[in-house]
Ligand binder design. Structure first.
Ligand code: IMP
Ligand code: MG
Length: 176
């Protein structure tokens, strides 16, 4: 199978949107500090760029949650592969995710992290595919709402590849 990637969102558009989101976040958390929690691995490119534009004091942490195998179908199973290395009690937590698809990953994660008594717990996602939602999630910051297609780049992978693309593209597969 030959893989073809067509640009959906350019790097210029991504950067512009990230600075707008960071402005909203900076205003909403004015006078407070913020713990960004990156959902590995997809959220890492987005979080790094986002953090650079946020004007309030920021700390960063990382968590790895599995939801997908090597295909393009959600397994419906969520497992915490790597947990936070510090408590979040009393902190303003912002989960930074690459994409919300079925919503299963984040709805489970929010449920789990709420038990640790953060001061606040919000979600920031670069991409949202609302057509595919199965579990409800409240999302406070969204970069782009996209149609139901499998996308790669800017942190997002297909079988662990393409995370390093500086744009977001739709991947398709052709017979050779
Ligand atoms: P959900 O639990 O179905 O919302 O799955 C969310 C996770 O699935 C994301 O964090 C991604 O890792 C992965 N995912 C969903 N859609 C895509 C896609 O189009 N490209 C790459 N990864 C995706
Ligand atoms: Mg992910």
């Amino acid at each position: 199978m030959k893989e073809k990637i067509e640009t959906l969102i350019s790097n210029t558009a991504i950067q512009k949107r990230i600075s707008e989101i960071a402005e909203d976040i900076s205003a909403d958390y004015a006078g407070e500090s913020l713990e960004l929690i990156c959902i590995l691995k997809g959220g890492v490119v987005f979080m790094v760029d986002l953090a650079k534009h946020i004007k309030v004091p920021v700390t960063m942490n990382f968590m790895d949650v599995s939801s997908y195998g090597n295909g393009t179908q959600s397994s419906g199973e969520i497992k915490i592969l790597m947990d936070l290395d510090a408590p979040i009690e009393g902190k303003n937590v912002l989960l930074v995710e690459d994409i919300i698809d079925s919503g299963r990953t984040l709805s489970k994660l929010v449920e789990h992290l709420s038990n640790r008594k953060p001061k606040s717990l919000k979600i920031c996602t670069l991409l949202d595919k609302p057509e595919r939602r199965v579990s409800h999630v409240d999302v406070q910051y969204t970069g782009f709402t996209i149609p139901d297609a499998f996308v790669v780049g800017y942190g997002l992978d297909y079988a662990q590849r393409y995370r390093n693309l500086d744009y977001i593209g739709v991947i398709s597969f052709e017979e050779e």
